[in-house]
Design a protein. Structure first.
Length: 208
């Protein structure tokens, strides 16, 4: 990469923290990351806070470059910067993408980060007033947790109480009963006792 192209790339990365890049600009940055990720990351001096801003401002670009970014850094503060991104479809999609596609050891070995993010996701459900937005968000969280369980990304023994509490609180929402059944099944395989009354309620919800 010549010096002019490199400088343009660095400038666009910082611009991406403040404004939505045009499609050609996004493609320019994506190409630079894919071919020179190590150099770009080491010279862009992107702080954890700025990475947070980039994710919020340029979601599509973030899906491509953030996994590459994490393959080059070993500072956990970047992960916790992502944990501060408002929980929603954008951040859930990115976190899931990171967990399933990135080879970064930071992501796969930092269980505290994931626990914080899941807890924040569940707590955010309480902030929505009753209505379509709350319905959509609760379904999103239920599907996210279910996918993590199915792919063995999170151990049920560390999340069972939190998942059960979430399911009991939101059992009337679509998708929550399915999550409860999966969590109960996984827990029973490990010898955990499951509240039969709760289990019957959830089974009735699935049948409805």
């Amino acid at each position: 990469m010549d010096s002019k192209t490199f400088s343009q790339t660095i400038q666009l990365i910082h611009d991406a923290c403040k404004r939505t890049l045009t499609i050609p600009e996004q493609q320019f940055v994506q190409k630079a990351f894919k071919s020179h990720a190590s150099s770009v990351v080491s010279h862009c001096e992107l702080s954890p806070e700025k990475l947070h801003d980039l994710v919020e401002t340029n979601h599509i670009l973030a899906m491509d470059v953030v996994p590459l970014f994490f393959e080059q850094v070993d500072d956990k503060e970047y992960l916790y910067g992502l944990a501060k991104v408002p929980v929603g479809n954008t951040s859930v999609e990115l976190i899931y993408h990171l967990l399933t596609s990135s080879s970064s050891s930071i992501i796969h070995n930092d269980y505290d980060f994931l626990h914080i993010y899941i807890s924040n996701s569940i707590r955010t459900c309480e902030l929505y007033e009753e209505g379509p937005r709350k319905d959509k968000y609760v379904r999103l969280v239920a599907k996210f947790i279910q996918s993590l369980l199915e792919k063995r990304i999170i151990p049920i023994n560390e999340y069972l109480i939190e998942i059960q509490s979430f399911c009991v609180g939101y059992f009337r929402f679509k998708g929550v009963a399915t999550l409860f059944q999966l969590a109960s099944s996984e827990a029973q395989k490990m010898g955990f006792e499951i509240d039969r009354q709760q289990q019957q309620q959830q089974q009735q919800q699935v049948a409805m």
